[in-house]
Design a protein. Structure first.
Length: 546
């Protein structure tokens, strides 16, 4: 079984790599089709990602790792979880930070701390990220670590500026990001990812967007590795094209980024959210809503507040547009129904006019024959309606008869009981009279008889009532319908009375011969078991007879 799953993963990865390699030549409709197909298969892609991580971890569970091996393993697992699961990435990189802080290894501590600061930043824990970066002395680091350190400083301040918009700190954070960006650009290799992204941002901020676009395009041409950096480059390049009002390239690159995110199980992303905004402007609300739901699911799966907040900002707009679209569709349907009704009325008038012309033209037996046929048809309809009415009347008669019979039985039993009590009083059998008066047997039997008749009559009117109620309940808290068929429990009788329009607690208590407190308690407990507590009783009132 494990071997088959491994083969499946290999086949899936090959197919996904082919998809990424072909996106450069696809049209925008083809890219949308590819992205939609990937989203449909996302559960399998995510399962393949988790299986890949298990293949890394499982062989090492029984091994005694050295400190170096444990450090490298934590780093690798951090990279695997970095854009996939926030909490796992946080766990493994925190272990490295804590252990390297104790060992005093400057380089390993810095490498771990910079990565940990990234995790803290995307989770919105900006102060903790800054405090951790403050522990690093950049002057003691080699160029590679200093580049990573400066890059993380840039990222942290950009995140802080994003969350501090319209506040006095916005400009301060942007200035700080620019300061560290300039330090990075001075020492980073000209072909490195960090140089490209920061130099491109520098060009963009200084109004030279064309140069930033050229820089990013050259990087894409020279790098054929479709990893997380590819998603970042394409999504940022899409932003640059939006600054140039090149909407086609903007949309195309966002699609390429989203496709790469999906195939790599990158849940820490922005492309889907940006695409939903584009589709919203295009009035493709359904598609936009689908992408926003997926972006929201990714943000929740990744598990950070920052991405959830970013997605939530767009949610009200798309939800409102979706509601408007649905309202407009309903309005169009109503207008169409009115038009069809008007056409039907005109056709009906036309038919009547035609019949009138025929009446004027044909005053012979043919007219009578046609009229007889029409009358015959109407008679058939009337007979059908009469049959339906008779059926309804039979049902009403049966229910009325049942309750009349119950009333008659109760009256008869009351008379018999009165005669018995009179006889006991006449014969001065006071103890027997007192015992009979104190006994609840007559009342209990009458109540039982009433309940039995009520249950039978109600379940004939609403034969599927219990099944419909169970559809409204939580799966593990449904009513048992396998025993005592044809009978209702006290809880179901309360719901039956609510369905019949009797919803005042006092009225229900009077009918069921219970206390007001008992009825209130039953209703509260039933509502607590429902899937939708707020609309539960309204849903009960909507249950149909057949």
């Amino acid at each position: 079984m494990a071997k088959r799953f491994s083969l499946f993963i290999v086949s899936l990865m090959i197919a996904l790599n082919l998809i990424s390699a072909e996106t450069d030549t696809m049209t925008i409709p083809q890219l949308y089709k590819t992205l939609d197909s990937l989203l449909i298969h996302q559960p399998e892609i995510m399962a393949a990602k988790e299986a890949h991580i298990r293949e890394i971890v499982n062989p090492l569970k029984t091994m005694q790792l050295t400190a170096d091996q444990e450090y490298e393993l934590n780093m690798r697992l951090y990279e695997e979880y970095l854009a996939f699961r926030f909490d796992s990435a946080y766990y493994y990189i925190q272990k490295n930070v804590e252990k390297q802080r104790l060992t005093g290894d400057v380089n390993r501590f810095a490498a771990s701390a910079v990565r940990f600061a990234h995790i803290l930043s995307v989770s919105g824990l900006f102060d903790k990220a800054q405090a951790l970066l403050n522990e690093i002395e950049p002057g003691k680091l080699n160029d590679e670590l200093r580049i990573a350190y400066y890059n993380q400083r840039v990222e942290l301040n950009l995140y802080r500026s994003e969350m501090a918009q319209y506040s006095p700190y916005f400009t301060e954070y942007l200035d700080s990001a620019r300061y560290y960006r300039e330090l990075l650009i001075e020492i980073a290799p000209k072909t490195s990812f960090e140089y490209i992204t920061n130099q491109g941002a520098y060009y963009s901020e200084h109004g030279n967007v064309d140069k930033a676009i050229q820089l990013y395009n050259d990087y894409l041409k020279s790098n054929t590795v479709f990893d997380r950096r590819y998603s970042i480059i394409t999504s940022t390049l899409a932003y640059f094209y939006s600054l140039k009002n090149n909407e086609q390239q903007h949309e195309r690159l966002l699609l390429m980024s989203a496709i790469n995110d999906t195939k790599l199980s990158i849940t820490e992303n922005r492309a889907l959210c940006d695409l939903s905004e584009i589709l919203l402007k295009r009035k493709d609300v359904k598609h936009a809503y689908t992408y926003l739901l997926q972006a929201s699911a990714d943000a929740q799966a990744y598990g950070t507040r920052l991405r959830t907040v970013q997605t939530a900002r767009l949610t009200p707009l798309i939800t409102k547009a979706y509601d408007m679209e649905r309202t407009q569709a309903e309005l169009r349907t109503q207008i169409l129904l009115i038009i069809l009704s008007a056409i039907a009325l005109l056709l009906f008038i036309l038919i009547l006019f035609t019949l009138y012309l025929i009446y004027k033209r044909h005053r012979d037996n043919k007219k009578i024959s046609e009229m007889n046929k029409e009358l015959s048809r109407h008679n058939q309809e009337i007979q059908l309606m009469n049959s339906q009415m008779k059926e309804s009347n039979r049902i009403k008669d049966e229910y009325i008869g049942r309750f009349l019979q119950l009333s008659s039985t109760l009256i008869y039993r009351g008379e018999e009981r009165g005669k018995m009590l009179n006889r006991l009083a006449r014969e001065r059998k006071l103890e027997d009279l007192y015992t009979e008066l104190k006994s609840q047997r007559f009342l209990n039997e009458s109540i039982h008889m009433f309940h039995q008749n009520f249950d039978t009559a109600f379940l004939k009117i609403f034969p599927n009532f219990i099944e419909e109620v169970n559809r409204l309940m939580q799966p593990d808290k449904q009513f048992d319908i396998s025993t005592d068929a044809g009978r209702l429990t006290t809880e179901l009788r309360i719901l039956a009375l609510i369905r019949l329009g009797i919803d005042e607690n006092q009225n229900i208590a009077d009918i069921l011969r219970s206390s007001l407190t008992t009825i209130y308690t039953y209703r509260s407990k039933i509502k607590a078991r429902a899937q939708s507590k707020d609309s539960f009783e309204d849903d009960i009132r909507k249950i149909a007879t057949y």
